[in-house]
Design a protein around this ligand. Sequence first.
Ligand code: G3H
Length: 478
Amino acid sequence: DGDVYKYYADGEWKKSSSGKTVAIINPTTRKTQYKVQACTQEEVNKVMELAKTAQKSWAKTPLWKRAELLHKAAAILKEHKAPIAECLVKEIAKPAKDAITEVVRSGDLISYTAEEGVRILGEGKFLVSDSFPGNQRTKYCLTSKIPLGVILAIPPFNYPVNLAVSKIAPALIAGNSLVLKPPTQGAVSALHMVHCFHLAGFPKGLISCVTGKGSEIGDFLTMHPGVNCISFTGGDTGIAISKKAGMIPLQMELGGKDACIVLEDADLDLVAANIIKGGFSYSGQRCTAVKVVLVMESVADVLVEKVKAKVAKLTVGAPEDDCDITPVVSESSANFIEGLVKDAKEKGATFCQEYKRDGNLIWPLLLDNVRPDMRIAWEEPFGPVLPVIRINSIEEGIHHCNASNFGLQGCVFTKDVNKAILISDAMETGTVQINSAPARGPDHFPFQGLKDSGIGSQGVTNSINMMTKIKSTVINLP
Ligand code: G3H
């Protein structure tokens, strides 16, 4: 019937007074794997109050001490990689090896953030007034970076550990407190991760983790007057949050339709390998997955054959067996993907493999000759289904990429570096990868989406900066 987990507040593990729980369905077995507390609005109020109080003394804790605690948490997290990875396998069907990688990468991210934090928060600016016209040298301005207060972190199901620590670590090093609302699927992995911060010995109330139903506490959290900044990664919910949130900084990453533009001179073996990695790792459930291939007609047949041969080699099955393709996160997600596939079928796309589904498990599928009237040309399946659109000019490829509402990443494959840079400049996306599939990492690189793909920029340094404000003190000389 599933183990029941407590939520974390005031440095303790607690049961919700609601007496209710939320079930977490294992995508593979489609049975309840775990249960988490359905926290109430009063519990959220309490957590916010504690976070506000704890933040005041945390901001006065020396920077090196904050860094030391983060390094400790990173080490503990890495020690606990096996049980956390096991939860990732059970809750979100992440292949076992990738689950371990997620935890280790998260430990590294925390340590890097601690190091980066002591450097960039350890220095401010000193300005003098007489560089601006009309001023004498009578004003000295000292600036430093101060915390915002309480940060609300909402990570998505696909990286419930990594995309939580990418918000927690910068928030804490900068002197903020943090309230985490994990995704339902991924909540237990997140609670285990929070336990590592608990073991590291952070002050009570500084970090809390509330679980529950979005309908009960979702809006209540994001519109809570105690929240000073929201860092969110996920889907359309982010757009709704941005409309409702108050006058606070928002950091948002909301998915993409990352295009892969392939020119005639590209190394097609390299392209095929990157389409497989980019399009099908974690069964396409990454915001940075390759979500549409835009290939020049003259090389399309050869490329499609190469990709087909590699798709045939992908293993399909359980995450415990470390298969390449594992069940997608939920039945509704599988149904949505199936809807896109059916629409493409009706409108005449070429199926490179037979469409096959068993429960939440969808076999990898490459769709050739996709046209702009098909939904799959524009919508993100978040599953192992990849459309190929054949183009007759570079302009056509750029046009398709830029006609999307999304603008997260894109990639271009060519041996002509000049062309690659011109195409990169023309693509309206936050990042363009030349000769590799899109990816967020390494985690200190800036990561941002244009248009509906997000607000602000992430990556270790950018996240620390966006979770702080500049404070100036001006000394006026006689
Ligand atoms: O799903 C969104 C993630 O930020 C993508 O990260 O490129 O490391 O898979 P990734």
